[in-house]
Design a protein around this ligand. Structure first.
Ligand code: NAP
Length: 278
């Protein structure tokens, strides 16, 4: 970006280097996929706002990443007006990554309704509200990208994760529809469908099944490799990322995926074993 561009973005006042870089907001940046994305984006020259609840974790990551990273410690579910919150971030947002998420694993009838509601709120309602909050400015500026981190559970919903899959299927559907709606504008939407990826959430989910061997034997990936693919999809304006690639089966052969999931997913434990609501 030129110096003139920098001045325009900062109202003519700021020339601090991070204000002249493209700015990404990554939710859920204190661990797992969000942390890997923050690292990937800073490595690719972005300024990144790291959002999550655990301030000390965010600050430790930001300290490693240097001046291009800043921390906003907040519970996204506790924000009454996400539009005002986005405005309070100050800098224009070139990239929003809706990544923060929670899971509840167990028999549907056993899951605490409060856990179910929390999953639907954090994994579906909050990301949609954040899309609504950032879009007007992106459309007005004629630039911007939104990444929605759904799940392969949106394409092939797993027994034992009913509310989670409902939330992720909702987010995936909304994200794909929004991409279509925004065709012809300068704003691009990427939908990410991660399969099992080695993070704290995967460990929580695995703990929700008694026969964890079956779950552990599924093809899985790493947060760093997924983050690289998402960053490339942003740069190349791709529609979606399905990772590991074997799960593209879910997209193209949903009936086969359904049969495999129903037959081979082990019955879940009671819900208390597999919820990560704090
Ligand atoms: N790992 C997988 O196998 C997998 C597969 C498919 C999809 N995904 C999706 O990928 C995304 C990232 O998951 P992950 O595997 O990286 O899990 P993770 O390591 O548990 O990370 C979840 C992130 O969300 C943040 N978060 C949770 N509740 C929040 C809240 N109320 N407000 C703000 N931030 C909140 C957490 O930070 P704090 O606790 O500090 O708030 C953390 O940074 C999720 O949307 C998940 O559904 C993961």
């Amino acid at each position: 970006m030129s110096m003139e561009g920098c001045k325009a973005r900062t109202g003519g006042t700021g020339v601090a280097s991070s204000e002249c870089m493209r700015h990404a907001v990554v939710t859920g940046a204190s661990s797992g996929i969000g942390e890997a994305l923050a690292r990937e984006l800073v490595g690719a020259g972005w300024a990144v706002t790291l959002v999550a609840r655990r301030r000390e974790r965010l600050e430790a990551i930001a300290a490693e990443l240097g001046p291009a990273a800043r921390v906003v410690a907040v519970d996204l579910c506790a924000i009454k007006d996400l539009r005002a919150w986005v405005a309070s971030l100050g800098q224009p947002i070139d990239l929003l990554v809706n990544n923060a998420g929670a899971v509840a694993v167990g028999r549907f009838v056993d899951i605490d309704p409060a856990d179910a509601r929390h999953v639907l709120d954090l994994d579906l309602i909050v990301p949609l509200a954040l899309c609504r909050a950032v879009l007007p400015a992106m459309l007005a500026r004629g630039a911007g990208t939104i990444v929605n981190v759904a799940s392969t559970g949106a394409l092939g919903p797993s027994p034992g994760m009913v509310d989670y899959c409902a939330a992720k299927a909702g987010l995936g559907a909304a994200s794909e529809a929004l991409r279509g709606e925004l065709r012809g504008t300068a704003v691009h939407v990427v939908t990410a469908y991660p399969g099992p990826t080695d993070t704290p959430m995967l460990r929580t989910a695995t703990a929700g099944y008694p026969d964890a061997r079956a779950v552990r034997s599924l093809p899985s990936g790493t947060p760093a490799a997924l983050a690289r693919r998402i960053r490339r999809a942003v740069d190349r304006r791709r529609a979606r990322v399905i990772y590991p690639r074997v799960y593209t089966l879910f997209r193209y052969f949903p009936a086969i995926a359904r049969r495999l999931l129903d037959r081979f997913t082990p019955p879940p434990l009671p819900a208390s074993a597999g919820s990560d609501r704090r």
